[in-house]
Design a binder for this molecule. Sequence first.
Ligand SMILES: *Cc1c(COP(=O)(O)O)cnc(C)c1O
Length: 408
Amino acid sequence: MFDSAKDISNLLKKHLNYREGCLNLIASENYSSDFVRNQLTSDFNNRYGCYETCHPENREYTGNRYIHEFEMATQQLMSDVFKGKYVDLRPVSGHMAGMSVVLALLEPGDMVVETALSDWGHGLVGPMCQISQLDATIQVRYMPFDENRSVDFEKLKQQVYELKPKLIIFGGSGTIFPEPLAQFRPVADELGILVAYDAAHVTGLIAGGTMENPLDVGADIMFGSTHKSFPGPQGGFVISNRADLIEKVGNTLSPSMVTSHHINRLPALAASLLEMKTFGAAYAQQIVRNTKAFSAALEEKGFALCGSKRGYSETHVVLMDAGNCEVDMPIAKYLEKAGVLCSDDFSGESAEVRLGTQEVTRRGMKEEEMPLIADYIKRLLMDKEDIETVREEVEMFSRQYVGLEYTF
Ligand SMILES: *Cc1c(COP(=O)(O)O)cnc(C)c1O
């Protein structure tokens, strides 16, 4: 139990020290710079900035003179970095951003196609339908993938001609190749399908320019998180070049889904947007180089990698098959014992492991460090070396990389 301020700060210090001794390969996390983190302690932490529907000028509270100016300036910066005219920063997370898009764009009875959990989908509409009222009004189907974990465009085309969904949501939690947005655009126009892009994972790569901007190649609307490959504060966003769509989203967010939108995120988001404007390209390019070097090293150690016939991956994500590594618990839990943090296939349907290079890249690692990480994983999963021995080495190694690059 906490009795004093010291107890609280001590536990936080323990956490930080523990995590600095871990090698973080969780693809959905990142490490924000001090420049960004220091912005999370402003007066905004205690203020309400709510506004009605999609009219930021109609703030519900008084005392919002500079809050309004701040939110508009942050929206503008977001517009500038992600090349979309209209922005809504009220969703406090990526999941809520996705829900607001789905609920805004669908009418009762409409169908949506998204990525299945077994193809590393996030699980947006599927889990929403666990709420019985939503299950009764929304139909959900899942898009086809090929053996490289890439959307199978020909099969998708057949699927949508048959099902005629109202909305398709591209993007997932294990995106290794860009989705066929440009190819899909004429099909969407012909059948009147709205195209959304869930950028939660790849936001940093879009900002850095290694991934083509979905809004430029066929998406009507994009949403996501600001804290995965994009190294900002935890939060969500929606962006579009279509005023009608962003208006529907705004009207859905408020008053139904959000009142306080936790405006303490805004200064940190603005800081990370500035950071990415300056360093984003170098950061994203190094992520992709690290992903390829890491994948090649894992393959050389004998692991089977998704996408190996297509250059492994074009993002921060590496999908590795650990099917032949017999351990008596989920792989991520086993690696955690040695301080290597990553994710299993959440659906439990495969022995795939998801590893991300974004945080180690920010910590300053380059291609030459990637075989060293691959070797720890091989020693743990293939050689079944003593966990404690590897744990000590992983800790010593990780503590050499507690600095941060790609920041002012
Ligand atoms: C993480 C994730 C989300 C949800 O984002 P949160 O910010 O965690 O709520 C949505 N979609 C995808 C594809 C994700 O990976």
